[in-house]
Write a protein that binds this ligand. Sequence first.
Ligand SMILES: *Cc1c(COP(=O)(O)O)cnc(C)c1O
Length: 698
Amino acid sequence: MKNAEKNLGALDLFRLAAALLVICIHTSPLESVSADGDFFLTRIFARIAVPFFFMTTGYFADFSDLRKLRRPLLKTAALYGLSIVLYIPFGIYSGYFNKFSLGAALRMLIFDGTFYHLWYFPAVIVGLLIVYALKKLSAGKALVIALVLYVFGLLGDSYYALGVRALPLRMLYNVLFDLFSYSRNGLFFAPIFLLLGSLLHRKGSNNAAENIENLGGLAISFTLMTAEGLLLNGLKIPRHDSMYVFLLPTAFFLFRLLLSVNIRAFPLVRQASAWTYIVHPIVIILLRGAAKALHKQNVYERHSLLGFALTAVFSIGIGFAAALMARRLSGRRTECRRARAWAEIDLAALENNLRVLRSRLPDHTELMPAVKADGYGHGAVTIARELNRLGVRAFCTACASEGARLRRSGVRGEILVLGYTAPEQLYLLKKHRLSQTVIDFEYAKLLNKFGGLRVHVGIDTGMHRLGIPWEDFDDIAAVFRMDGLSVVGMFTHLAADDTAFGRYRDFTERQAARFRQVAEGLKALGYTPRIHLQSSLGVLNYPELAADYARTGLALYGCVDGEIGRELKPVMSLKARVSSVRGVKRGESIGYGTEYVAARDMRIAALTIGYADGLPRALSDGRGYVLINGSRAPIAGKICMDQTIVDVSGIDVRQGDVAVMIGSSGGMTVTACDIAQLADTIPNEILTGIGERVMRII
Ligand SMILES: *Cc1c(COP(=O)(O)O)cnc(C)c1O
């Protein structure tokens, strides 16, 4: 669905190049060498930079929902706010705020930026909001409108003299340029590039033919853009020169080309280039001030190669320093949380598992992930929000309060409560638009009396836990006729789908046939609810039973054994610290109860995790093991509430080292399935048993 994340390295590197191009615009390095060269560099070539930044923002933004746009909007607003504060002294000094009025302030804030290069931030904000609105239309219409806006901007920018030939346009631009200084702003400039970036997000693979197309397209469009810039300037048509016709295909092919380069991401470079962009005007001002103070204006001549080089070196230096500092600060916060026992949640693994499951299901089957029991211990809100972001529109929970919690955290879509909701809690269903399972006929009557509820009818086809028995067709049909209920779905649960053959297959197929029979009977009466019966193992072992929804839990968290399990990646790892290392002599006992006796001289280590954190006590006395520095360390003695002792003989271990209960260390891996097997249970119990005290780190 997404371009593989590993392809984003070229985007990161080009950001730094683009920041350098912006520095070029503000320092004109070639001016003293060649006026034409400088014109080409700063007024044509460097004009690629800002559209590229817009496209990257559009590429990463999710326009499907205003809530999801909150992140890029807030981030841009925060950077803008910070820059405003940084630049206030310089703005005052340079007389930027001299003619102050409320109108002027607003104009400056929304369109022109509060300092000369800061217009970019409000342009992103305005542009994102416009594209959000455009995205409600079809892609074609959105593109046309964004293009019209761009053309309008063009006529006020490098095609100005042509634009104002028509009297109405001249009058219009007169009014507009009272509102803002340039048309290269969030209204006319940003939308088309943000939109193009977001459209490219859907594009998947790249192949040789496409690369040739990108290279050729880039070369041709950039040549045409150069010709366009030179021609317009020769004819003295531009009012300003940020926007060209051929800037559109140039930026488009450049971006596609960068996406096709297969190198890993450089987050540090990404952050550093943002800081470089923000601070470079300060560097210019300070360097100029310093040169003046030292009577060395000739050394820091702004419009010179040396001036450019000094500005670039200082800006990039500060950029990386700021990025490193920010990383250090956030790193320290994370490290604090890794003090004792913690669970790492890998959202990339979740996305991978989602992709694998979707590929196993027909297109018409929608996933309805189970996020009950706090998302199998992973954090229900974290998981459901991320899945929402990845396009999942349905969830199931065990109870109404779990559903309510998701809603309060902004989770959208269908939320089905699988279990019993007590009459006192029925109001939660209505308040949070949750769907309730009809767990038997009596319960249906109760729900009906309460009224106004969405339900999925549970059908008992052989598991004998919940649902109206499949034989009671008249009762089932009666539920569909109840006035107080809106029946949107119907499901059953498979009791033996963890095995794909033998009597388990017979049993599962019998359940499926019974369910199908009920569905067909209802269809004859004109009722066609959305039906579902598979859970994780149902999808993997009985793909032919795919219906309207698949209620997958375990597989999404990457905890399934076997062949398919290798494609899935565990989302959670569980880790703790070595708190103490010591030796014991042969014959000495270790831990509570003195039953576990050292068979030889041993080195043992205490770990900062116990059964209260979810390490099953059944793994005591050598039944289980953990990984430390790439080696297995068997559990010695009884697991305690908060601590565990392990045998580290022959392993190089120090106080403070990390012990891995679930996850990888060196080349070795322990999965929740492995632990479950050793503890004679199922991985669900392991995952949901991980204690509240264990910090979840995303
Ligand atoms: C928990 C649950 C599921 C999800 O099961 P997994 O095996 O984790 O995929 C599906 N359906 C019902 C009724 C459940 O209770």
